[in-house]
Write a protein that binds this ligand. Structure first.
Ligand SMILES: Nc1ncnc2c1ncn2[C@@H]1O[C@H](COP(=O)(O)OP(=O)(O)OP(=O)(O)O)[C@@H](O)[C@H]1O
Length: 597
């Protein structure tokens, strides 16, 4: 869906309010709304009957019929309320998972270019806490609250028809004060709810930054300072939450005590007045006073509104913003951070790499390709051709545009002019997400560092080829120069790696990435500083692995380390965003003169 691009002018408008409801959540809302309305009506009837039963007792009559009616209506009310709760809680759990999946897959479609714009901690906070709050708000709060807001009108109508329309009309006038009260408090507390959400998201982001950058912080002797700052931020967050809760408690206190007292007084005064005038009997007067308790129903939801409601609304705004960002050919994204480059084959194999198909004559072709970050043009009209099987190294001073060239080839950045072609899949200014996906699927990438997911070595390898057999995994590991080391591990392919596992060295992780590239079997291999984070011994093992994995593939390597460039047929130099030279590389039979300018 996404087309991270450096050209805001070529964006297509995306809906500013993407709908969050699904057919099943709408159905659940309708059911819980109807059950809540039924519960209120039955409760109203139960109270009217209870009042009449009491009246019959006081007047020495038989309360039996009214009592039975009160009990039956009470039972219906309790069952309907329980049913509404069960339906909305079940739906909330489903919606929470669905919302998380939707946000996550949207972020994945947007790719690393968009992810680099966000602090990881903020995204995690939205996915974890935010999704839960939004689904609780939408499923357990919204429909019951609307139904509860309607309940007084329904019960008053019931009272007006079955008992006496006059007190019913008087109470109706008193009840309209409730929505006004809710709206007034909403306006007052809205900023503190949004502030509290922002402060929590900021704190999550800062904790995650601190954990991820612990080594840097320790080396820079900044750990204590950071700890102090985080402690203060935590305290600030605690205060914001306490302010929100205090506001919440104040609302509950005001509404529960003052408003309840007011409504009950109005009901009692009008019941006594009607009883005095002889318009109604004792039973009906008691019924009027008792039903006034149902009129307080919306007040039970006011307290929840300031916690569930406003927290849900604040998170809903954030989720909508994410979902509406950078849609197809969408808004400008600043592109991938180098550190965030995921060393994964970028997607499912594209049609052009199907086994047996005749490949295009050029593995990589750039024609007058320019690239822009924001407003600054970084690459200017690059022409370059790389043949299948050819190994090209890209060198140049820092900031000259080497990584930007890689971003074009990875499909993370659209050219601002000209065209980029990888294994016959082309990208041009204004290309859509589908073209981008096909370009991503044409290459495998090994970046500066490899992210290992918590799991086994086998599961990490199968990211690239979910159906690969054990033999195929071993074969890929052998090509990537890692099989011997994995065989020496007691658990072999089942060795746990990632956060919970023993972990692999940086060099071994890079070779896992190369093994994934073998399994993905892409015709083009992009190597972005593949040895920059390992020592010389680690580098030697990776270079050997690259040599084997590269066989039969077009390879483009960006590296500052001379070792990583030794196997190149050709070395091209980028300077000031242009290719200024192309030289034969170190390999015998190199491809001098086979392209570039
Ligand atoms: N994601 C990005 N967002 C904005 N600007 C970027 C981004 N990536 C690179 N740039 C800018 O593009 C220019 C070229 O950077 P690039 O990273 O392509 O150079 P490089 O040759 O790879 O540098 P190095 O050798 O230091 O890695 C720089 O001015 C840089 O600031």
């Amino acid at each position: 869906m996404s087309a991270p691009t450096a050209h805001p002018s070529r964006t297509r408008p995306s809906p500013s309010r993407p709908p969050l409801a699904t057919p099943s959540s709408r159905r659940a809302n309708l059911i819980s709304f109807s059950l809540t309305v039924l519960a209120s009506l039955a409760q109203g009837w139960s109270l009217i009957s209870a009042g009449r039963a009491l009246g019959a007792l006081i007047e020495g009559g038989a309360p039996g019929e009214h009592l039975a009616s009160a009990l039956a209506a009470g039972a219906v009310s309790a069952l309907a309320a329980a049913g509404a709760r069960a339906v909305s809680l079940g739906s909330a759990a489903r919606e929470e998972a669905a919302l998380r999946r939707r946000v996550l897959s949207h972020l994945m479609r947007l790719g690393p270019a968009r992810a680099a714009q966000q602090r990881t901690g903020s995204t995690v906070s939205v996915l974890a806490d935010g999704a839960e709050r939004v689904s609780l708000y939408r499923q357990t709060f919204l429909a019951p609250t609307i139904a509860a807001g309607l309940a007084p009108a329904l019960v008053l109508a019931e009272l007006g028809i079955a008992v006496d329309p006059v007190p019913s009309a008087v109470l109706a006038l008193a009840v309209v004060g409730v929505p006004a009260l809710i709206i007034g408090f909403h306006k007052t507390l809205r900023s503190s709810s949004s502030g509290s959400r922002r402060s929590r998201a900021r704190l999550s982001a800062e904790y995650l930054d601190a954990i991820q950058g612990l080594t840097t912080l320790t080396l820079a002797r900044a750990a204590r300072r950071t700890h102090e700052r985080l402690r203060e931020a935590g305290e600030g967050n605690r205060r914001a939450v306490m302010r929100l809760l205090a506001g919440n408690q104040l609302v509950i206190l005001v509404t529960d005590s003052l408003f309840s007292l007011f409504l009950i007084s109005v009901a009692a005064v009008s019941a006594v007045a009607r009883l005095g005038s002889g318009a109604i009997g004792v039973g009906d007067a008691l019924a009027i006073v008792l039903t006034s308790f149902v009129l307080l129903e919306p007040l039970d939801h006011v307290g929840a509104f300031f916690y569930v409601g406003m927290g849900g609304l604040a998170n809903q705004r954030v989720i909508r913003r994410i979902l509406s960002s950078s849609g197809p050919g969408g808004a400008a994204a600043r592109g991938p951070s180098k550190a965030a480059g995921a060393p994964e084959p970028a997607g499912p194999p594209g049609p052009s790499e199907a086994p047996g198909e005749v490949g295009p004559s050029r593995a990589i072709r750039l024609r007058g390709a320019s690239a822009t970050w924001g407003r600054a043009e970084v690459l200017h009209g690059i022409d370059l051709e790389v043949e299948p099987g050819e190994h090209v190294a890209v060198v140049g001073p820092s900031g000259s545009g080497k990584s930007t060239l890689m971003a074009l080839l990875k499909g993370d950045l659209l050219p601002s002019a000209g065209a980029v072609e990888v294994n016959g899949e082309a990208l041009a200014p204004g290309s859509g997400a589908a073209e981008q996906e096909r370009v991503r699927a044409a290459s495998a990438l090994v970046a500066q560092s490899t992210w290992l997911f918590s799991g086994t070595i086998a599961s990490n390898l199968r990211l690239a080829a979910p159906l690969a057999s054990e033999d195929e995994l071993w074969e890929a590991l052998a090509t990537a120069n890692l099989a011997q080391e994995v065989r020496a591990m007691p658990q072999g392919l089942q060795t746990l790696v990632g956060e919970r596992g023993l972990g692999l060295s940086g060099g071994q992780a890079q070779r896992v990435s190369l093994a994934r590239a073998v399994l993905a079997d892409r015709p083009v291999l992009l190597l972005d500083e593949p040895t920059s984070q390992v020592d010389l011994a680690g580098e030697a093992a990776i270079i050997e692995a690259i040599e084997r994995v590269s066989a039969g593939r077009a390879v483009m390597t960006v590296s500052h380390r001379a070792g990583a460039l030794t196997g190149a047929d050709r070395v091209i130099t980028v300077e000031g965003g242009r290719l200024i030279a192309t030289e034969p590389g170190a390999r015998p039979g190199n491809g001098a003169g086979r392209g570039g300018r």
